[in-house]
Design a protein around this ligand. Structure first.
Ligand SMILES: NC(=O)C1=CN([C@@H]2O[C@H](COP(=O)(O)OP(=O)(O)OC[C@H]3O[C@@H](n4cnc5c(N)ncnc54)[C@H](OP(=O)(O)O)[C@@H]3O)[C@@H](O)[C@H]2O)C=CC1
Ligand SMILES: O=C(O)C1=N[C@H](C(=O)O)C[C@H](O)C1
Length: 268
């Protein structure tokens, strides 16, 4: 049985993760952490998630439950995730990280933990998106140098704080690698005013934020006379949460290293 703690347990993903762990026969809920000072400290995490009382109270620090869990699932914010990595490395824990929006320096810091603990880091834990990444690699190799323009369009709920989404950036990265076009050079994130015509090799990103959209990503390959669109639409956060629990069970048996969902799912 993998003992899982969830940080950010009162958040949108945190509450969904409680349900997903509850439904998994190979995992048990060992704790939930809320932001220090939160009025929800002490609340039952099952009640927070709407699945009824579980007898596990939300705590304000990892120290409070350090002996109770094996794997920490973290869908919070970059600075919180990095602090949790330091704690988990020090205390022999493992992590599954879904947090997006890390800046380059934060990604470098995260990478530095690869030799200190086993962790899975993925901007999207759904099976569908991770399969889509493979389809995009194939499509980019076939079409990218044949005159097809590549555009990534993503849509999310009005509360999302980072843009483009981590998934959109990952999709861009996969295609950029396949085409040997570094995103730093070829990624275009904004077009406004007299921005001029599109260049042949750029990879464009467009962002929509509205209402309660769970997460939608379309990659368009467009040329004179036709266009191909590859779309993934998440209609429930449970798809991410189930992936995260699967990753937690998987990483419990791994040695130190940074892993992707492709490793968990055997898609590499
Ligand atoms: N990889 C994937 O598959 C997915 C990734 N995500 C990513 O997950 C992240 C969270 O998304 P979402 O759940 O929608 O966001 P929410 O804002 O709903 O949840 C984040 C939670 O973290 C809590 N938090 C903040 N600081 C701390 C702290 N120091 N200790 C404990 N908890 C803390 C917040 O508490 P408070 O509200 O009190 O500040 C909040 O409850 C985002 O980066 C998002 O992009 C989302 C879905 C899928
Ligand atoms: O914030 C969200 O909600 C989501 N974030 C992830 C991202 O940035 O790609 C994954 C998913 O699309 C939902």
């Amino acid at each position: 049985m993998t003992r899982i703690a969830i940080v950010g347990v009162a958040g949108r993903m945190g509450r969904t993760l409680v349900k997903a762990v509850q439904q998994d026969d190979g995992a048990t809920l060992a704790g939930g952490i809320v932001e220090p000072g939160s009025t929800l400290a002490g609340a039952d995490i099952g009640e927070l998630a709407g699945v009824g009382r579980l007898g596990v109270a939300a705590v304000e620090s990892l120290e409070a439950i350090v002996d109770d869990f094996d794997v920490l699932i973290d869908f919070t914010a970059p600075r919180v995730t990095l602090a949790n990595l330091a704690f988990c490395a020090e205390h022999g824990k493992r992590m599954v990280i879904g947090t997006t929006g890390l800046a380059d320096e934060e990604l470098a810091t995260l990478e530095g933990y690869s030799e200190r603990l086993p962790f899975v880091f993925a901007p999207n834990m759904s099976v569908g998106v991770n399969l889509t990444l493979k389809l995009l690699e194939t499509a980019a190799k076939a079409l990218g140098d044949e005159g097809y323009d590549i555009e990534v369009i993503e849509a999310h709920h009005r509360h999302k704080v980072d843009a483009p989404s981590g998934t959109a950036l990952k999709m861009g990265e996969v295609m950029a690698d396949a085409l040997e076009r570094p995103l730093k050079e070829y990624g275009v994130y904004e077009r406004v005013g007299q921005c001029g015509p599109r260049s042949d090799k750029e990879i464009g990103f467009a962002t929509v934020r509205a209402g309660d959209i769970v997460g939608e990503h379309t990659v368009m390959f467009a040329t004179e006379g036709e266009r191909i669109e590859i779309t993934h639409k998440a209609s429930s956060r449970m798809t991410f949460a189930k992936g995260a629990v699967r990753a937690a069970r998987w990483v419990a048996g791994q040695g130190n290293g940074r892993y992707a969902m492709q490793d968990v799912l055997g898609l590499e």
